[in-house]
Design a protein around this ligand. Structure first.
Ligand SMILES: Cc1ncc(COP(=O)(O)O)c(C=O)c1O
Length: 381
């Protein structure tokens, strides 16, 4: 390391350690690192400083004991499956999950002879029945896409404990700024850092944050064997994104709340879905579960359906169509043609995913800018 270049100065930011491998003065030193008798790194796929720094921040924010950073949010979920399941196992999951997660559970896991039972979290008897079949774990999302239903983590923790089943929470939409599932008794949190945590749409990363130390060893080993570790540059960027997560979420939540109420009285909008509104089915639960804010995500239904959405987008200069969320810019997506593209018609009907539904990820623009964008998009200005 060219320490002599710096003199008494030191860089403000942590460096990016892109080295794929580490050197050792002799075999004894290598052995000591292998045995974890001293800190150190050997090979970047097994772990590297930028992933460790990011993991440490995630542990602090989620109030967990350990974290592993993965190459994407899906890699975090795949890692969870690979580290904990074997042929013959059963898992339970909410029906309202990210599309790729559902595909992983219902199309990939059966190839390994692992079954998934999907349940509607509103249907208490279905949940209890599923738990009675002794599943390995139960996977839910804190806030679901795109109807922003809130999982009752208080009740799920209790039920899972009664049935000796681990509770795994995908906290991507809520982030630790709104909710910390591990504090409520969940066993594991998975997160896509590609979204609000990275915050600037420039990284693809995920993480698993846990409590139990034997799961930590197992997850670390499985992550290395399957090759799912996140790369150093993305970890470095996401580490910086995390420094402003709380502030970004505060501001975006405040804007989203005011925007949702304003949109609800606008002509051309037939429905507004936001957990901070009293007309949301889970508003009371959200008030108990979240930290006095309701997040940056909202969904609106345009009464003119798909055609009105096309017009809205063609008139836009601010809110662009981009199938993701959590950026500093406000972006929108169309669940009917993206996340729920292949969902059966009856499921879309049950969940209220209509051709006119638009999901909005509110960014950091001033409220007035977004109001103008909606007025323009709806042909009202
Ligand atoms: C709730 C949720 N979980 C997991 C993922 C997967 O994350 P990634 O795209 O980083 O693989 C997504 C992606 O949109 C998501 O919305």
């Amino acid at each position: 390391m060219p320490e002599e270049l710096f003199g008494p100065s030191r860089p403000l930011l942590p460096p990016i350690y892109n080295s794929a491998v580490y050197t050792f003065p002799d075999l004894d030193a290598l052995e000591a690192v292998y045995r974890r008798e001293v800190p150190g790194f050997i090979y970047a796929r097994d772990g590297h400083p930028n992933a460790e720094w990011l993991a440490a921040e995630l542990v602090r924010l989620e109030n967990g004991r350990w974290a592993i950073v993965t190459a994407s949010g899906m890699a975090a979920i795949a890692l969870t499956c690979a580290a904990t399941l074997q042929a013959g196992d059963l898992v339970v999951a909410s029906r309202r999950l990210y599309g790729r997660t559902l595909q992983l559970l219902t199309e990939e896991l059966p190839r390994w002879h692992i079954r998934t039972c999907l349940v509607d979290l509103d249907d208490e008897s279905a949940v209890v029945q599923a738990l009675a079949q002794r599943p390995k774990w139960f996977l839910v999302e804190t806030l679901s896409n795109p109807t922003l239903r809130v999982a009752n983590l208080f009740r799920l923790v209790r039920w899972c404990r009664q049935h000796d089943c681990r509770l795994i929470v995908d906290n991507t939409f809520a982030t630790p700024a709104l909710c910390r599932p591990l504090e409520l008794g969940a066993d594991l949190v998975v997160e896509s850092l590609t979204k609000m945590i990275g915050g600037h749409s420039q990284v693809t990363l995920g993480a698993v944050i846990g409590m139990e130390s034997d799961w930590h060893d197992r997850f670390r080993r499985t992550c290395s064997i399957w090759g799912w570790t996140g790369n150093a540059f993305d970890c470095w960027l996401a580490w910086q994104g995390l420094q402003t997560l709380t502030m970004r979420m505060q501001q975006a939540s405040a804007t989203a709340a005011r925007l949702a109420d304003w949109l609800a009285q606008l002509p051309g909008i037939s429905r507004v879905i936001y957990p901070g509104r009293t007309d949301h089915p889970d508003h009371v639960l959200a008030r108990e579960l979240f930290r006095e804010q309701y997040g940056n995500m909202l969904s609106v239904e345009l009464s003119g359906g798909r055609q009105a959405i096309n017009q809205f987008l063609r008139r836009q200069q601010v809110i662009v169509l981009a199938p993701s969320l959590g950026d500093v810019r406000t972006i929108c997506t169309h669940p009917d043609s993206t996340s729920h593209r292949y969902a059966p018609a009856e499921e879309k009907q049950r969940e209220g995913i209509t051709p006119g539904l638009l999901r909005i990820s509110v960014g950091l623009e001033p409220l007035e800018v977004l109001q103008q964008a909606f007025l323009r998009g709806l042909g009202l200005a």
